[in-house]
Design a protein around this ligand. Structure first.
Ligand SMILES: *[C@@H]1O[C@H](CO)[C@@H](O)[C@H](O)[C@H]1NC(C)=O
Length: 293
């Protein structure tokens, strides 16, 4: 009895381990919120989960989204060529805020993927807005380090995290712990693409995940540095050089073809030499004439 039981147990362990190993070979799904993972109350948010695995038939996959009070399940629609599902959260409330992950499962016996990265969904508006300031004055030049300081109102004393947001970007640019009432977000060596409208919020990183109103937008305008411009010119010159080289090659090809159709005898030797000589004679005469007049 006991050896039988032991071998059964061992067998079970082995099978279990193989299943775990197999599950690990599924890639983690990715998770994404649209239009943003930080939204005002009553907004509609779409959470998109997807996988790139080619190992399974997407019609047999079932995705699960877990977070807040929600557990939702969905399969990719039959006309979708990708392993992708969208979960709609409409009219979100503070109680929907929290850490979301998605995973998928498929097959018989069922195999599961590892969970995705954690998506922090925050519903803003539980605390008064912070203020966002930039240390630089006026325009910012590409290559500079920009410090954006986000500061809570004086009377909000609970510990918080800060998030830096950029308009048009669906996830926070940076998350950072507070140092006292404020935090400095550093954008090292900015480029023109960092131009945009920034705001910040402070929030509780644990349940109930309360988040403040976003700060007013702060516009950062990054202008190109002279160094960057000259590289652009070099690039333009390179393109021009290549183009002229291509044209040269084409012209030579045309010439060769023309010569070929007229036969080599006429082309290379007798006829051309006198023309060259004439040209050589004409060239020195030109300056003489202009100097005379
Ligand atoms: C959210 O979606 C509902 C329909 O599902 C719509 O009536 C409502 O206006 C939407 N809310 C926002 C803020 O877009």
């Amino acid at each position: 009895m006991i050896p039988g039981f032991l071998s059964l147990l061992l067998f079970g362990l082995c099978v279990g381990q193989r299943d775990i190993r197999r599950a690990e070979s599924f890639p983690r799904p990715s998770i994404h919120a649209w239009p943003s993972s930080m939204v005002p109350a009553n907004s509609n948010v779409t959470v998109r989960c997807s996988t790139t695995t080619r190992e399974v038939n997407f019609r047999d996959i079932k995705f699960a989204l877990k977070g807040g009070r929600n557990v939702m399940e969905s399969s990719p629609s039959s006309d979708s060529p990708e392993g992708l599902v969208e979960f709609y959260l409409s009219g979100v409330k503070t109680s929907d805020a929290g850490e979301y992950t998605c995973e998928y499962r498929t097959g018989r016996p069922t195999r599961r993927s590892p969970p995705s990265d954690v998506l922090l969904l925050l519903v803003t508006g539980n605390f008064p807005k912070p203020s966002l300031k930039v240390h630089q004055r006026g325009e910012v030049t590409a290559g500079e380090n920009v410090i954006l300081q986000c500061q809570k109102p004086r009377h909000v004393i609970q510990p918080h995290m800060f998030a830096l947001l950029k308009k048009g970007t669906s996830t926070p640019i940076k998350l950072q712990r507070a140092v006292g009432m404020e935090t400095d977000f550093s954008l090292p060596s900015v480029t023109v693409s960092d131009t945009g409208a920034y705001s910040c919020v402070y929030y509780q990183p644990r349940a109930p995940f309360y988040a403040s109103e976003p700060s007013d937008h702060l516009m950062i305008l990054v202008t190109d540095s002279p160094g960057a411009t000259s590289t652009d010119y070099t690039m333009g010159n390179l393109i021009r050089l290549c183009l002229s080289a291509v044209i040269m090659v084409l012209m030579v090809a045309f010439l060769v073809e023309a010569c070929w159709s007229q036969k080599w005898s006429q082309c290379g030797s007798s006829n051309e030499d006198p023309i060259i000589v004439e040209e050589l004679k004409q060239v020195p005469q030109l300056p003489v004439e202009t100097m005379g007049t």
